[in-house]
Design a protein around this ligand. Structure first.
Ligand code: IMP
Length: 427
């Protein structure tokens, strides 16, 4: 038996989908445990490219059970569209299970996401820069115990009753707080009842499925979404998502204990990117940042937004190693940095009083007072895309990788050298 948790170490978009897909081939059970369709995983299979938002990456393998866990917020419309798209490409999705406890994103959540962001922008000029998918408002309803869950969606009498209360509360928020237009709750009921009918066949108890699979000696893969610095507690709050993308979230969002986790792999990139607003110490504002963005194809899978780009930040990585209990790192996109000249790695931050900070600051105020301390490393050249062993990599590239390992305090066991699933080195 074995179980692995895959988490993002930076601000998302680290190429988790690719690592997950490679590992999903060998997994019996693949689980999404947090977030919703704010995530976007690109999976490349030969010439086929799949952009997944809610479906676990193992969906392409019919013998792999794919679980959407209790910690995920599910937009049923989006999920059904995704299933339908997959069906058109001969992927049946019969291997899909959705935990009865998963909360459902309702239309008022999307509306409130937008209204709240607009309000914040107007009031203070700063909003979170959410994906607008209703993620935060849905988790808010969950926490204030008025959420509609998968169980309710699939039972019209429950759905009707809950829409009357939770729908009304949300309508009051839309109208009385933000001056928006309330939603027609009867129409919402009819629309969502139909979604429930279509999705009912996938409803399951994810906690039981996972516990039994592990104890039967099956291989279990927890597929992370978003990333460490977007965690609601350990990310750059308030510029974070509303769930726990860190390793502990895999247990909470599935319903199993930490003893069930055997390894935790943190996925990162050989540089750093971020979408949305919020601090980013090693951000590059010059032509080089633009070059990395274009060469790395750094545009959002979910929203198409250009990603902000910057140097590799070892302070962030050490934070990720600690809060996730990482046993290994998988670092992607070493090919992107090939030939760009001297590389910089942030080893620590310096504060305005001259003190040096080695650990990621707790507050944004402290972070704002930090500037990166850089170490320069000789750049490497050449086409890495055909390298399949560490030894085949250019010597200067190997030196860069070894230095990153030292600075992060964690072995880099998986090295990405291209977008394709085979363009990877396992050590
Ligand atoms: P939300 O999750 O839509 O509420 O967005 C909150 C913040 O998390 C925003 O800055 C988003 O850009 C960011 N975010 C959410 N999901 C992802 C992701 O999958 N990759 C990268 N950033 C994300």
């Amino acid at each position: 038996m074995s179980s692995s948790v895959i988490v993002g170490t930076q601000w998302g978009d680290e190429g988790k989908g690719k690592i997950i897909d490679i590992m999903a081939k060998k997994a019996d059970l693949v689980i999404r445990s947090s977030g919703g369709n704010n995530a976007g995983h690109t999976v490349v299979h030969g010439n086929d490219v799949y952009k997944l938002h809610l479906l676990p990456s193992g969906i392409l393998y019919p013998n792999t059970t794919c679980l959407v866990g209790s910690g995920v917020v599910v937009d049923p419309k989006v999920l059904l569209e995704e299933i339908s798209e997959m069906n058109k490409r001969n992927v049946t999705c019969d291997n899909l299970k959705i935990d009865s406890r998963a909360d459902i994103i309702m239309p008022w959540h999307r509306e409130l996401d937008r209204l709240e962001e607009d309000f914040k922008a107007k009031q203070s000029g700063v909003n979170v820069g959410t994906t607008g998918r209703g993620i935060g408002p849905c988790y808010t309803d969950k926490a204030r115990r008025i959420g509609i869950r998968m169980y309710d969606l699939c039972r019209p009498e429950c759905l009707k009753k809950l829409i009357k209360t939770t729908g009304e509360i949300n309508n009051l928020m839309i109208e009385k707080v933000y001056g928006g237009k309330p939603l027609d709750l009867d129409a919402v009921y009819e629309e969502y009842k139909a979604y429930g009918e279509k999705l009912a066949k996938y409803e399951a108890d994810g906690s039981v499925i996972t516990f039994e699979a592990y104890n039967e000696g099956k291989t279990v893969l927890f597929e992370g979404a978003q990333a460490t610095l977007l965690d609601i507690d350990f990310g750059t709050y308030p510029f974070v998502t509303s769930s726990h993308p860190i390793a502990g979230g895999a247990c909470i969002g599935t319903g199993v204990g930490p003893k069930l986790i055997d390894e935790v792999i943190g996925v990162g990139k050989s540089y750093t990117t971020r979408v949305g607003n919020g601090p980013f110490p090693t951000e590059l504002f010059d032509e080089l940042g633009e070059t990395i963005r274009n060469r790395g194809g750094e545009f959002g899978t979910t929203t198409g937004r250009p990603r902000r780009t910057g140097w590799f930040d070892a302070v962030i990585m050490r934070h990720a190693v600690r809060v996730n209990g990482l046993t290994a790192l998988a670092i992607n996109k070493f090919d992107t940095l090939s030939g760009i000249g001297t590389l910089k790695v942030c080893t620590a931050y310096k504060k305005s009083d001259g003190s040096v900070v080695k650990d990621f600051p707790v507050t944004l105020e402290e972070l704002a007072d930090c500037t990166p301390v850089y170490e320069e490393i000789e750049g490497y050249e050449g086409d890495l895309s055909n390298c399949r062993t560490f030894e085949e990599l250019p010597e200067k590239c190997r030196r860069y990788i070894s230095r990153l390992e030292e600075l992060c305090g964690c072995p880099i066991k998986i090295i990405g050298v291209g977008a394709g699933n085979d363009q990877v080195i396992f050590r």
